[in-house]
Design a protein around this ligand. Structure first.
Ligand code: PBG
Length: 327
């Protein structure tokens, strides 16, 4: 036998030892479950590019939240799907207090006061242009958009949102929203900033889910270039200074270096959004028998956490939690 003082395989020789030395664990309490709301009653419509993910009408959505709670999921990120007829240039429906989204926030918090409810701040679900900001002659206006985001944020905070998620990537929005919230007494409402949100092809299925794809152009004048990482530090510095409570990186798996970069340079909690396309890829391959879907899910979530994410937004939250319950 060779005399080898270091044999790293000794710490892998049994499941018990592997468990003893495991450095990273994913638990259900690390996860935020994104959920899609649609109008009407009795509706549960599967998103064709996201098997197992549905748009729910409010009645069914409340049942879904109840079921998820029993699995240990306590944080949800709510996104609205609006008919084209509710959309306009200024996304006015986004702060209509009688509207579907704000009403759903109130109802969710009335039924489940202890749920942590995150909401989405951006114009795209309500915009006839399908952009996250106000469009003028093909340009996305920054400061004019902030005013709309401010109204939307205040309305969501009033409805009872616990965490606001500005996903729009306008400059200065975290500070602007923090200011509007504080001036109106909502000092306890948190902001999870989409800090390093890249112009990514992996958002495709989400845009199917909300019918929210841009009508013209793309999102490259506001979302970041996937080639850049120093720019993520610039964005994170601004968001931290402007009062963000969490810094998010999006997408997750192709951006693990960015998650690590922000984790190493900032003390705020880091979130990663494991996006729709990342979910769809695993589901599609699993449905074809090309991958073991459960193992690919577990490995993806584990590696996102290992890279430095404290919090993971993932469409796998319910499946992950129900698998854990069964063990
Ligand atoms: C838009 C928004 C997007 C996502 C969350 N908020 C898509 C986009 O920027 O076009 C993507 C989420 C996902 O793909 O799961 N404000």
């Amino acid at each position: 036998m060779t005399n080898l003082p270091h044999r790293p395989r000794r710490n892998r020789k049994s499941q018990v030892i592997r468990d003893l030395v495991q450095e990273t664990h994913v638990t259900t309490s690390d996860l935020i479950f994104p959920i899609f709301l649609t109008s009407g009653f009795n509706k549960k419509i599967e998103v064709s590019s996201m098997p197992g993910i549905f748009r729910f009408s409010l009645d069914f959505l409340l049942d879904e939240i109840n079921e998820c709670k029993s699995l240990g999921i306590n944080t949800f990120d709510l996104f609205p799907h609006y008919q084209e007829s509710k959309k306009d240039k200024f996304a006015k429906e986004s702060y209509n207090e009688e509207g579907m989204y704000l009403n759903a926030i109130k109802e969710i918090k009335r039924n489940f006061p202890d749920v942590c409810l995150m909401t989405d701040v951006a114009m795209d679900p309500y915009s006839s242009d399908g952009h996250d900001g106000l469009v003028d002659n093909g340009k996305i206006l920054n400061d004019e958009t902030l005013e709309i985001l401010g109204k939307m944020s205040l309305a969501q905070a009033k409805a009872g949102a616990d965490i606001l998620g500005p996903s729009d990537m306008m400059d200065g929005r975290v500070g602007y929203i923090r200011n509007v919230l504080d001036e109106n007494g909502f000092t306890e409402t948190s902001i999870m900033s989409y800090t390093a949100k890249y112009a990514s092809a992996f958002y495709g299925p989400f845009r199917d889910a909300l019918d929210s794809a841009p009508k013209t152009g793309d999102k490259k004048t506001y979302q970041m270039n996937p080639a850049n990482s120093r720019e993520a530090l610039l964005e994170a510095g601004l968001d931290a200074a402007e009062g963000a409570d969490f810094l998010m990186v999006k997408p997750a798996l192709a951006y693990l270096d960015i998650i690590k970069l922000l984790k190493d340079n900032f003390t705020l909690p880091i979130a990663a959004y494991h996006v729709s396309g990342e979910y769809a890829m695993i589901k599609a391959a699993a449905q074809n028998g090309w991958l073991d879907g459960t193992s690919a899910m577990n490995e993806s979530l584990l590696c996102i956490k290992r890279a430095g994410a404290d919090v993971i937004l993932t469409y796998f939250a319910k499946e992950f939690a129900s698998n854990l319950k069964q063990i």
